[in-house]
Structures are given as structure tokens and as C-alpha cells.
Design a protein around this ligand. Structure first.
Ligand SMILES: Nc1ncnc2c1ncn2[C@@H]1O[C@H](COP(=O)(O)OP(=O)(O)OP(=O)(O)O)[C@@H](O)[C@H]1O
Ligand SMILES: [Mg+2]
Length: 279
């Protein structure tokens, strides 16, 4: 379980006043829960994820992971970023096994563990390929296999599918859901894609900006495995669109004054946005 209590983060900026990226954020993510964060660019999503990862330090509030204060990165949390960050000089197998080597696990055992996770992301035919020989979707699958191989309870995913085309995304949604249903890891997932958040998550949190805070939360009470056509998903999606439209309108107004106004209908009709609205 992740408990974020009254957390604020202020960045010191060269030549200008300190900037409060997130303020008084409180949030509990239960063990085995899949939670997504949505919100306008710059609202503090990555900052919050990095705080949970232990990559940043909050100057106010506390974050605990399974009851223990999170003072820095730990083996109980693993991060998957938008850029796969695979080592280009290592094969898929070697990349996935890399962290296990660091843990001191012997060669035969780490290869067996790595192969099992490579199979879970459907890359078994590509174990000996180097990253440059893979498609974007395959690279991201390899990155997920590498994260899963670490066997941490918590996966922190910062826009892991943002650079992929829609078809590949849909396939990876299925893969990730399948893995999550099998492993029941706790997942904190950041995306700009509303449909992606809804289809994957138990709960979607919409953040507001300047300073970032949790504005609203939406439970997605649809059955699993999720079905694209489930009306429950469309219903939640429409409500999230509305909450986000308010937030985006606020951002646009602050940035442009009264020059330009964003009409709610521009954003709040998911049916008009193909496979899912992005923000
Ligand atoms: N190291 C830093 N120093 C100064 N300001 C920072 C730093 N990191 C983030 N910020 C600022 O904090 C705010 C929140 O940034 P963050 O990266 O968390 O946003 P985000 O919601 O993840 O945005 P995006 O959707 O574009 O990824 C931004 O205004 C950003 O400029
Ligand atoms: Mg970010």
C-alpha cells in the first residue's frame, strides 16, 4: 500500500521564484490496485510519481510504502518511463536479466526468470535481438519485462505507451491487463490518454494545475478483462472529459488571458475522438 499524506514539492528555479509543483496531495493506493493519473501538462504528475519512486524528496508531508517511509529508491518499486531506456549493447534477454545480475542471481537462474517474463510480454521470438532491431512497441514490451523481472510489488509507469501508435497501444493494454490480472501488482500509471486510463484502471485521478493537486477521482467499476464496448467505460470517460475540460480551460485562460477560450464541447465528446481522447 502506498500512502501519500499532505505532500508538497517546491522546485528552486534559477533566476526566478521557487515553483510549487504539487501542494497538499493526499492519496492512498491499495495493494494490488491499478490507479491512473490524468491532468494537463505540467500539473505535477511526474513529480508525484518521482516522489513515490524516491527519485525526488518532498519538503512537506510523508510518503510510506507498506508502512515504511520512502526515503529513496527501493527494490519494492520499479519505474517504467516513456523512453524504454534499454541498454543498446545488450540483447533483450541480457537487458531483462540485467537487474537480476545486480541482485547477485546466478546466470542460469536469471536467464530462466528473464525468459519467463519475456514470454509474458510475447517477445520469446526476439530474446536475442538488440534494441535497434525491435519496433517501438517491442522495445516498450522489453522494458516492461525488465521491470517485471525485478519482482517488485509496485510498478510506477510514467506515460509508458505515449510514443506508440494506437494499434500497438491497444495490444499493450491487453498485455498489461493480463499481466496485472495474473500478478496483482500495485500500479501507478500516468497517461494523457483518457481512454487508456479508463480501460486499464480501477481508479482514475484527475489532477488540477498550479499548484498540482488531486481534483477529482473516478472509480471504474467495469468487469475484467475490460471490453472496449462496455458502456460503463464510456460513461466514466465522459465524466472524466468534463472534469478535464474545466481544468484545460483554466490553463488556457491563464496562459492567454481572454484572447482565447476553449469550449467545453470541443473536448467533452469522446465519440468524436476516435479511439480515445488525449490531452
Ligand atoms: N527539476 C525541476 N526544477 C524546476 N521545476 C521543475 C522541475 N521538475 C518539474 N518542474 C516543474 O514542475 C511542474 C510539474 O512538472 P511535472 O513534470 O511533474 O509535470 P507533468 O504533469 O508530468 O507534465 P507532463 O504531462 O508534460 O509530463 C512543471 O511546471 C515543471 O516545469
Ligand atoms: Mg510528466
Amino acid at each position: 500500500m502506498i500512502e501519500i499524506s499532505n505532500v508538497s514539492k517546491t522546485f528552486q528555479q534559477r533566476g526566478s521564484a521557487p515553483y510549487t509543483a504539487i501542494q497538499n496531495v493526499s492519496l492512498t493506493i491499495n495493494k494490488g490496485e491499478f490507479v491512473s493519473l490524468l491532468g494537463p501538462s505540467g500539473c505535477g504528475k511526474s513529480t508525484l510519481l518521482n516522489l513515490v519512486a524516491g527519485l525526488e524528496k518532498a519538503e512537506q508531508g510523508t510518503i510510506t510504502v507498506n508502512g515504511k517511509p520512502c526515503g529513496g529508491p527501493g527494490p519494492d518499486r520499479v519505474v517504467v518511463f516513456q523512453e524504454h531506456a534499454l541498454f543498446p549493447w545488450l540483447t533483450v534477454l541480457e537487458n531483462v536479466a540485467f537487474g537480476l545480475k545486480q541482485k547477485g542471481i546466478g546466470k542460469a537462474e536469471r536467464e530462466a526468470i528473464a525468459k519467463e517474463h519475456i514470454k509474458a510480454v510475447h517477445l520469446s521470438k526476439f530474446t536475442d535481438r538488440y534494441p535497434h532491431e525491435l519496433s517501438g512497441g517491442m522495445k516498450q514490451r522489453a522494458a516492461i519485462a525488465r521491470a517485471l523481472a525485478m519482482d517488485s510489488d509496485i510498478l510506477l509507469m510514467d506515460e509508458p505507451f505515449a510514443a506508440l501508435d494506437e494499434q500497438t497501444r491497444l495490444i499493450l493494454h491487453k498485455d498489461l491487463e493480463e499481466i496485472w490480472l495474473k500478478t496483482r501488482k500495485t500500479i501507478l500509471f500516468i497517461t494523457h490518454n483518457i481512454r487508456e486510463a479508463v480501460i486499464l484502471s480501477d481508479r482514475v485521478l484527475v489532477m488540477s494545475t498550479r499548484p498540482g493537486s488531486i481534483k477529482k477521482e473516478f472509480a471504474v467499476q467495469a468487469s475484467r478483462p475490460r471490453n472496449q464496448a462496455d458502456p460503463v467505460l464510456h460513461h466514466v470517460e465522459a465524466h472524466i472529459m468534463e472534469a478535464l475540460a474545466d481544468e484545460l480551460e483554466k490553463v488556457v485562460r491563464e496562459e492567454t488571458g481572454d484572447e482565447y477560450s476553449l469550449k467545453k464541447n470541443d473536448l467533452s465528446n469522446p465519440a468524436s475522438s476516435g479511439m480515445g481522447g488525449g490531452i
